[in-house]
Design a binder for this molecule. Sequence first.
Ligand code: ATP
Length: 301
Amino acid sequence: MTAIEVQGLHKTYGGRKVVDGVSFDVGEGEIFGILGPNGAGKTTTVECVEGLRTPDEGRVRVCGYDPTTQRSELTGVLGVQLQESELQARLTVREALDLYASFYERPADRHALAERLGLLPHLRTRFGKLSGGQKQRVFIALALLGDPRVVVLDELTTGLDPRARREAWELVESIRDSGVTVLLVTHFMEEAQRLCDRIAVLDRGRIAALDTPEGLIGRSAAAKEISFAAGTPLDPADLRALPGAASVATKDRRTIVSGTEETVAAFVSLLARRGVTAGQLRVADATLDDAYLDLTGSELR
Ligand SMILES: Nc1ncnc2c1ncn2[C@@H]1O[C@H](COP(=O)(O)OP(=O)(O)OP(=O)(O)O)[C@@H](O)[C@H]1O
């Protein structure tokens, strides 16, 4: 079943199109990522899903409900991660959970949720005294308090140290494992690659690509990177002529050839034909970073 449906979404601010015909479906139980450079329209898109913005054009449904006209039904199925500034620093974790539970007719079991998110030792701690990772766990708890079928996590791990980020990833996976659909906005390639079943790359208000992480990487012009010691006696012109070769460069006393599977096979036969052994030879797969750069021509921060 489709958990989120977005068809032909348009949104204009002051005559400028910031979302320009975005369409995607998120299946139940998926972790669906939205990736894109600053200002690409990611937050505007998810705010239309959350019912916080009204689309100029297009159809949005969350578990079959229209977020703009069926607000109370939406609240019953959708959990949204709040931003840090929206919680009072003096509020304790318990008070925050009690307050937000009061918004729902049938809230989730707060004790079980706090236990699952490792918040039991912090119930009496004021929000302002929590670490970044603990705060994010509170936000996840608040997003799950209404026992939602879908959660939206927007930049969940920005500002977290690598360890806290990994813990947050495990939590996101455990949310998915409990059957909840996750819509994740992120700037981190590693995060998208590790967590997402599918990713929509948004660029200037449009979807530049929508695929699995592996599918996106496979589309990269340089899906494979061959590198070897620069002293290896091979003519750069022969390397450039390899089928599928996208580029040949020298970096840190290594020659680097970017290309496809076909390039790797042709490189191996070139070595055999010339009777040459390439020193310190490595063949690496392209990363989502490479694919992202190909698709948007810009780097994430
Ligand atoms: N209420 C608004 N009024 C006018 N312009 C807006 C408004 N909200 C967002 N914008 C503009 O719309 C564009 C898209 O913003 P949006 O926040 O959706 O992008 P984003 O992809 O989430 O960016 P970021 O990664 O920086 O959060 C930006 O140029 C932003 O300045």
